[in-house]
Unconditional design. Sequence first.
Length: 248
Amino acid sequence: MVTLRGIVLREFPVGENDKFIHIFTKEQGVIEVSVRGGQKMLSKNAGATQLYAYSDFSMRCDRGRYYLDSSEPVRLFYKIRENLEALSLAQYISEVVIYVTGQHEQKSDVMRLLLNTLHFLSEGTRSCGFLKAVFEMRFMTEIGMMPDIVCCASCMSYIADEMYFDLMSTKLYCRGCIVPTDDDTLVKIPASVVHALRHIVFADFDRLFNFKLSDINMKKLGRITERYLLIHLGREFKTLDFYRTLGI
Ligand SMILES: [Zn+2]
């Protein structure tokens, strides 16, 4: 028997009384767990195995497959499912985490980032656009794709509101040092957006979600973090396409 603490990121019903759940754990990345045993088993574990529940799972492992024995909820982010925008953002975040982390031990703090993001999504005290941008850039940082946004990567200067961020090379350049490219991965970046990016990359978790930006700069930040993630993960996400259709 093995007990792991983790977050339910996906669930797949099997018949009326059974289901599979995908759990993100610190020890083993994402694992698939079978919740079988009929209505009694399902009702006993209903809270702890629901989507976005953070729970302790006691399981038996048989030939590489996990079967749930019992579970105990630690924290339930149930309000996420009451809001379509929050739910669709949580689905996108889940797809990204499942795609990137695989079945490996998590040495970085993706778990803490995920828990913090789900907390604010559930409480509704930060906008989805804000949470999406913070998650995207901090997630990339946690998995080793931290952008170099201190000063111009070429001449080390920093001139407020005159800097450009190269999404491809992940570096900042001043106007004098930019090299025109054929693609549009070079974006002019206002000073307040540079400051926000630095905060997301460097801040401790207890301060991570504590900053403000004007609406227009929040949109600029969101465009940058989304493109940064998509470029460096090298794919699209269906859940992101759906989130975008909400047009919020
Ligand atoms: Zn320069």
